[in-house]
Design a protein around this ligand. Structure first.
Ligand code: FAD
Length: 116
């Protein structure tokens, strides 16, 4: 009937996944411990192995070789994630996102109270 929920296509999966990845970066510690940094490295490496869009994962793995994840701090990881997403945006002909706005988009919301 009309209430059936369809499996996600690669666009819906992508939107949900970017929400998760940017939010994860936005709440990563400012000064992560070495184990936290190692954990994030391992997570991202595994993520790029199992992401269930084969050509997306393959593209991500090659991007991660040329520009490895920067896990030193919340700010570095957030910028790396933004730049990585922008490479996909560029590939798909989507708008390039202004990476100075990642905290506003994924953590703080705009200065007016729209998102409070
Ligand atoms: P999305 O690109 O999903 O973005 C969601 C929201 O994030 C936007 O509305 C915007 O508010 C915000 N945003 C946009 N850019 C940035 C940024 N740089 N930094 C922070 N926030 C931002 N699709 C393919 O067809 N081919 C691929 O190779 C491919 N690779 C992918 C790799 C990964 C790791 C992921 C997670 C997804 C990939 N996708 C790929 C899916 C694609 O990136 C989009 O998610 C999908 O096309 C839906 O796009 P969208 O326009 O809804 O916005």
């Amino acid at each position: 009937g009309s209430t059936v929920e369809c499996p996600p296509d690669s666009e819906a999966l992508g939107r949900s996944t970017w929400t998760f990845l940017h939010t994860m970066a936005a709440y990563y510690p400012n000064q992560p411990t070495v184990p936290q940094q190692q954990g994030m490295q391992i997570f991202l490496r595994q993520f790029a192995q199992v992401y269930p869009c084969g050509h997306c994962a393959s593209h991500l793995r090659s991007e991660m070789k040329t520009d490895p994840p920067r896990v030193n701090s919340r700010a570095d990881l957030s910028q790396w994630m933004c730049e990585t997403h922008n490479k996909v945006n560029d590939l798909l002909g989507k708008k390039i996102f202004d990476c100075s706005k990642v905290d506003e988009r994924w953590r703080d919301g705009p200065k007016d109270s729209t998102c409070d």
